[in-house]
Design a protein around this ligand. Structure first.
Ligand SMILES: Cc1cc2nc3c(=O)[nH]c(=O)nc-3n(C[C@H](O)[C@H](O)[C@H](O)COP(=O)(O)OP(=O)(O)OC[C@H]3O[C@@H](n4cnc5c(N)ncnc54)[C@H](O)[C@@H]3O)c2cc1C
Ligand SMILES: NC(=O)c1ccc[n+]([C@@H]2O[C@H](COP(=O)([O-])OP(=O)(O)OC[C@H]3O[C@@H](n4cnc5c(N)ncnc54)[C@H](O)[C@@H]3O)[C@@H](O)[C@H]2O)c1
Length: 472
């Protein structure tokens, strides 16, 4: 009987996932829950991907510890003890990284409980249904599957002329191994990673030079939020240099010197390079299945997360935009849903959550986009300093901005800057995602919220906006 069963099985797995980051986990869990035989190949010891070992989780945990230190420093209660606490970067880092094994254990359990087999090794394609895995001991094994999901993620982009082996030159992976506390760090690349680390280091009292190749920080944000970020980074002591381009880097035992095309020379104790990422496709042997990655190592997919090879899907950072853990997990679920033959969602509406100090979050259109599209919109604003909750917590920096259609009152965009912005945005997102007239700014004045909460900011912003269009 067992023999008959085995013969009926053409492949080892129904679904084989390459990469156990958020994208791979989303795909593996959704397929396993539907009763599919799932295998997951991961080249790291421990599930979670770059997200858990090098990206989202360590950086957010680091920020959390730094925030605790700042609170401690500014609290009159603790200040009166007279303790002058110096927190070295390695010490703060060690505290922050404690979360990683806890997270790995928790998520390993998810795979185990759902009977998804984890194979530790490096995968590459043999053909559209066969993957070769180089196991930890060097042995090779071939694994077959009906469907394959590529969720191999990304890594920091390394320009050829920078020596990343130098002890003073870091990327967003190796910064988690830095063994000293620089007095002055240069961050090249003022994207999300650069801005978040600028907040972390300045929060620790480290002098930061943040070099931006564009004219403004995070140009995809609403201008007002972008300006607020620039102001607060400078307020924390970060020197932000816009419109600058790297020419060369000199790293010695004594420090680093970054030469810019403008002729400026910036000296520091260490450099963090945070200028873009590359998809992990180079070792996959995509040519064996007739696929090709683009210049940034990314794979093209359709709106079902399917590559040009019918049974092969790709999700997460390896497909490029939006390159978020949040979106990657949902893309993985969507790919699995497609494999199951069910209808799925193309993930196009992920909110932005940027964990600078203070944090930023937004969803929907910006003022510039609405103006360009000639949509008659109005703005409702609430300043955090005017809410009871912010008065109590002392976190008074921040604004919530609701953009809405001046006639229909439909919410078109929400932009938030300040403590817990990434949480606060979801209140508005829930209303914004309602169909038809249910998506209305009026919701926030017709609903009673808990008090004191930051939901109050929605009511204040809605009243402000409705007053402007004389609808109240
Ligand atoms: C510093 C930093 C901070 C971030 N902060 C946030 C944030 O706050 N919020 C947010 O939403 N996103 C954040 N991100 C982005 C987020 O980490 C990524 O979008 C997410 O990790 C992508 O998930 P993934 O599953 O596609 O890939 P990954 O998490 O990169 O996982 C892919 C896994 O596949 C493995 N792999 C690669 N090739 C092979 C192979 N050939 N065989 C076997 N295994 C392989 C990799 O080693 C890796 O473990 C941050 C990223 C960085 C770098
Ligand atoms: N809180 C979050 O959601 C969060 C936090 C950190 C990182 N991330 C993700 O990690 C990814 C990488 O972040 P990052 O800061 O390294 O990169 P980024 O994409 O934000 O850009 C970093 C810098 O590289 C430059 N750049 C980006 N793409 C370029 C290109 N094609 N050509 C020339 N210059 C380019 C930008 O001008 C910017 O100065 C982002 O896509 C982001 O989604 C998300």
């Amino acid at each position: 009987m067992i023999g008959v069963k085995c013969m009926a099985r053409k492949y080892h797995y129904d679904v084989l996932v390459i990469g156990a980051g958020p994208g791979g986990e989303g795909a593996a869990m959704a397929a396993a829950k539907a009763g599919k035989r799932v295998g997951v190949i991961e080249n790291r010891q421990g599930v979670g991907g770059a997200c858990v070992h090098k990206g989202t989780i360590p950086s957010k945990s680091l920020r959390h510890v730094v925030k605790q230190i700042i609170r401690h420093k500014i609290s009159s209660l603790f200040r009166t003890t007279g303790d002058a606490h110096i927190f070295s970067y390695p010490k703060v880092l060690a505290e922050a990284l404690r979360v990683v094994p806890r997270y790995v254990d928790l998520h390993t359990d998810f795979y185990t409980r759902n009977r998804a087999t984890i194979i530790v090794g490096e995968a590459c394609f043999v053909d559209a249904h066969t993957v070769s895995v180089k196991l930890v001991d060097g042995a090779k094994e071939q694994i077959t599957a009906e469907h394959i999901v590529v969720a191999t993620g990304s890594r920091p982009y390394h320009p050829a002329d920078i020596d990343f082996d130098h002890a003073r030159v870091y990327d967003s992976d190796t910064i988690l191994d830095m063994k000293h506390t620089p007095r002055h760090i240069i961050i090249y690349g003022a994207g999300v990673i650069g801005c978040e680390y600028a907040s972390i280091f300045s929060g620790l009292g480290i002098k930061v030079d943040l070099i931006n190749s564009r004219e403004h920080l995070l140009t995809f944000l609403d201008d007002e939020i972008c300006d607020a970020l620039s102001y607060h980074l400078r307020d924390m002591g970060v020197t932000v240099r816009h419109g600058e381009e790297y020419e060369s880097l000199e790293a010695t035992d004594r420090g680093v010197t970054l030469r810019l095309k403008s002729g400026k020379r910036i000296h520091g104790d260490a450099l963090l390079w945070s200028n873009g990422r590359t998809g992990n496709t180079d070792s996959l042997k995509l040519d064996a299945i007739g696929l090709e990655a683009d210049g940034r190592g990314q794979i093209h997919v359709n709106d079902r997360y399917q590559t040009s090879v019918e049974n092969i899907y790709a999700v997460g950072d390896v497909i490029g935009w939006p390159s978020l853990a949040s979106a990657s997990y949902d893309q993985g679920r969507a790919a699995a849903t497609n494999i199951l033959g069910q209808e799925s969602r193309f993930v196009s509406d992920a909110p932005t959550g940027i964990y600078t100090l203070p944090e930023i979050s937004s969803i929907g259109q910006t003022e510039n986009e609405l103006t360009a599209a000639k949509i008659p919109y109005e703005v409702g604003r609430a300043f955090f300093k005017n809410t009871a909750r912010a008065q109590i917590s002392g976190e008074k920096v921040g604004v919530l901005k609701i953009l809405f259609h001046a006639d229909s009152l439909e919410i078109l965009g929400i932009h938030c800057f300040g403590a817990e912005a990434a949480e606060i945005i979801h209140i508005g997102q829930a209303i914004m995602n309602q169909a038809g007239e249910a998506n209305s700014i009026a919701y926030f004045v017709n609903t009673t919220f808990n008090y004191p909460t930051m939901a109050e900011a929605y009511r204040t912003a809605a009243l402000d906006g409705l007053n402007r269009v004389k609808r109240i």
